[in-house]
Design a protein around this ligand. Sequence first.
Ligand code: ZN
Length: 159
Amino acid sequence: MATETELTHLRRCVQLATEALAAGDQPFGSVLVGADGTVLTEDRNRVGGGDHTQHPEFALARWAAAHLTPEERKAATVFTSSEHCTMCAAAHGWVGLGRISYASSSEQLMGWLGELGAPKPPLTILPVEQVVPHIVVEGPVPELAEEIRALFRRMLGAG
Ligand code: ZN
């Protein structure tokens, strides 16, 4: 169960995802929170220009590598609207970040995209625990699922 504070961070991720969609990108958003609960940085998806590596989780991993010590990274949490893709999970692991808390799982997302007839991603999408085995991973959060699903429906012109 997500706490109220965690829900606040996850709701901010969904808000960033909504902003991304409005800007012509894909609806994903993420927030990096330090061990003391401070929001360190946040980002949203930026693939609209054609670079499909511009995911927020990857951006946060790079930010963490540039700005945090290894201990600070390990103690930080990445909140994200949808579970890390395989690329971002790998970046998270290489940089040595800590806990991940996601609002919707990759399994949910693949199901929704499948229902909507979206093209399949060019990667094998694995649960984040299979890519980064030694971190705490929490999610999905059922109360945010419909809102996120609606963003993908909108992205695909289905509502
Ligand atoms: Zn990704």
